[in-house]
Every structure is written in structure tokens, then in C-alpha cells.
Design a protein around this ligand. Sequence first.
Ligand code: NDP
Length: 244
Amino acid sequence: MENKTAIITGAGRGIGRQIAIRLAEDGFNCALNDLNETDLAETKAMIDKYGVKCVTYKADVSSYEEVENMIKSISDDFATVDVLVNNAGITRDSLLMRMKEEDWDKVININLKSVYNMTKSVSKIMMKQRQGRIISIASVVGVIGNAGQCNYSASKAGIIGFTKSIARELGSRGITANAIAPGYIQTEMTEHLPEDAKQKLSSQIPLGFLGTPEHIASCVSFLAGKDSSYITGQVIHVDGGMAM
Ligand code: NDP
């Protein structure tokens, strides 16, 4: 993957950081995005040992303007953009009856509008190149739903519909688009769940153990690499069998 470039959003910690490390290990140059510059610098330090080019970009991916500016800088800094990983995401959980409008809007904007912002901007470059891979991180709850997460599951189901539509639009330009639906993965996002919710979730995993960021990064590595060139419009479940 020498001289190929991957953009990873939300690469400051958790799954995004691990994806960045794995793609660097695979030989991709990395354009890392996050809101937190300190976290970004830590991820970059972990990547530098692989000898690939790595540049960090602080930007809010829910802002169309910030994304446009970031992609301009990335195309100045790198010769090509070969892989886009839409990973940044947040939760603001509560039951529908208690859910504030601002929590609905924030989750939809950061999780779903960001995917539109990033993909629209990056696919202009990929269409000129006539090749590219778009990989978006959805969730098991975007497929099966979850009480207390109607905003989050709607955003993730939206990513799945978006992915299938752009796979149809961009296929003839040599661009693939796929989504990954992780199950219950150990990161800061899930660390703060109440103990009873963690127990309940764990009991729904046929493989009997929680996932790690490495499990998701391995799937991204496959979708970004040459062995997946005939796969598009798919949702790959990496969830220990939670949804089947
Ligand atoms: P984390 O909360 O650990 O990390 C998310 C990262 O995204 C943080 O670094 C965060 O930055 C960044 N981010 C948040 N908002 C923005 C924004 N507006 N612009 C740029 N970056 C932003 O989450 P995970 O690593 O667990 O999750 C990564 C992805 O995987 C998410 O899309 C999540 O929905 C999905 N997922 C996770 C699962 C899990 O069990 N952990 C299960 C299924 C899906 P900051 O530190 O500044 O907030």
C-alpha cells in the first residue's frame, strides 16, 4: 500500500486510533482527524514508527465548511486519497420520551451528517482518480435497534442506507463503499455504561466475549486492501454473532 493515503475520522482514541495504527502497519500514509489535538498527537506518535507519512487535522466533521477546508489541506499534503474511514461518532442516550431535541440533533449531525460531508468532499477526488474505498463505521444497533438509543440507532441505520446508495452511484467510477457494524467493543464509549447494561449486552454475544478495537481494525484493513476489490454496498457485522 506504499504511496496510498487513508483518511480516518475520530482517530484520537478508541476504534479510530486502532484503525489508523493498522492501516499504517499496512503501509498507508495517514491523514488523521479528530477534535482533540492532544489525542491526535498521541496517535501520530504511535504511527510514526511505521515510517509512513502522517499528518493530523483538527476539524469538526459535522461542519460542512470545516470538512471542505480539511479536505483541501489533505489534498495539498498528499498526492492521492485512496481510503476514507468514516469513524467519528458519539452517543447521547435516553429513552425517546426523555430525549432532548439537542441530543437528537447532535447525534444525527456528528454520526450521520459527517458521513455525507466527508464522503461528498472526498469522492470528488476519488472520482477523478477513478478509484477509492469508502468505509463507514455503523453499529449493530443500526440493524437491530436498542431501547434508549433511538437517536444513535437512527444515525447508524442512516449510514447503512447512505452506504448502499453511494455504492450504486460510485461503482462505475471504481469506488467501493461498505459499512462495518461493530457489536459491543471495549472503548471509552462503552466504558461508562451501567453495569447491568454491560451484563445484558455481554449475555447476547454468542462468542461469549467483548470485541476490541483490533477486531474492527482488521475488517477495515481487509476492506481497504486489494483482496476486497469486488465487495461493495455491504454491511459486515463484527459483533461476535450478536446480530444474525
Ligand atoms: P470513542 O468515543 O472512544 O472515540 C470517538 C472519537 O471520535 C473520539 O476521539 C472523538 O473525539 C471523535 N469525535 C467525536 N466527535 C467528533 C467530531 N465532531 N469531529 C471529529 N471527531 C469527533 O468511540 P469508539 O472508538 O468506541 O467508536 C468509534 C466509532 O465506532 C463510532 O462511530 C461509534 O459509534 C462506533 N461504534 C462503537 C461501538 C463500541 O462498542 N465502542 C459499537 C458500534 C459502533 P473527542 O475525544 O474530541 O470527543
